[in-house]
Design a binder for this molecule. Sequence first.
Ligand SMILES: NC(=O)c1ccc[n+]([C@@H]2O[C@H](COP(=O)([O-])OP(=O)(O)OC[C@H]3O[C@@H](n4cnc5c(N)ncnc54)[C@H](O)[C@@H]3O)[C@@H](O)[C@H]2O)c1
Length: 300
Amino acid sequence: MQQQTPIVVVGAGTMGTTLARLMATRAMPVTVLDIDGTRLAHCREALAADETLSSRVGFAQDWSSVGAASAMIESVTEDLALKRRVLAEAERHLPATALIMTNTSGLSIDALGEEMAHPERFVGAHFFNPADLIPAVELVPGQLTHDATVAQACQLLRQLGKRPAVLKRCVPGFVANRIQHALMRECLALLEQGVVEPQALDDIVRYSIGVRLAINGPLRQRDLNGLDTHLNIARYLYAELEDRHTPSPLLETHVSEGRLGRKSGRGFFEWPQESAEAQPQQERELLRRMLTLLDEESAS
Ligand SMILES: NC(=O)c1ccc[n+]([C@@H]2O[C@H](COP(=O)([O-])OP(=O)(O)OC[C@H]3O[C@@H](n4cnc5c(N)ncnc54)[C@H](O)[C@@H]3O)[C@@H](O)[C@H]2O)c1
């Protein structure tokens, strides 16, 4: 991988902006491409505070002003047909050796790559928001992805300071979103059944399993607890757990009433403007501190 050839990030939204920040922080030149000039302007504004960072980021509204690139990360809206079009167009403009990645949250890599001329150089690289801070990236090969592509993507991600975790095969939602949605299905069922209030539920998860999961992960944590104990509980509990195959009515109602969370001022909780605006920066600071602690722990 030639370091000085820019990486192209397609999509200047929430993820594209933090992907650009990640690369610029690691001194990798990056070009952000978005068809929407307003989104590009917001992205430029978000990176403008740091002159060194912003000098490493280029902006483009189409491929004609992109030039040579060693790799591309597609990070446009989560829509299969749109992503397919974007990938096909990228292939026409990128050199034959360029690595092509998608930041889809869980769409099939095979379906996304179906119209590509060279799907062997295409791989899922699922970052987490904010992409410049969260270390893990799920690397998801399709059936046609070459091993060399996965190795190339791993190398690039390590250069970016990430912890790539390779899946053996692609499943809908990959690993993280499957686990996140299984957790939320149960949380929503507990709220619907009137077992607990939102604040109490969040407190229980944050200050019990949440902190332990950050330290150990679910499987190591179970090893520490004892698998026999886990099995004993699983035997009587599974019949009680939520297993619906459609989204929870509570979630449907919240969304239809415009209770979308921080961005609309109301979700499970109220989000007055001041706390809604302050929250992303506060969370970034906490994340930095927690990740520093975890890094120190794993280095010792
Ligand atoms: N937001 C998250 O927490 C998160 C986390 C991990 C992965 N993802 C995934 O990352 C991708 C982007 O998500 P996001 O939250 O940044 O979305 P977003 O809506 O904030 O941004 C999407 C951007 O894509 C641009 N776009 C649409 N069509 C385009 C085209 N043809 N060419 C170039 N740009 C185009 C839009 O103008 C917009 O700026 C999605 O696949 C999403 O599932 C999101």
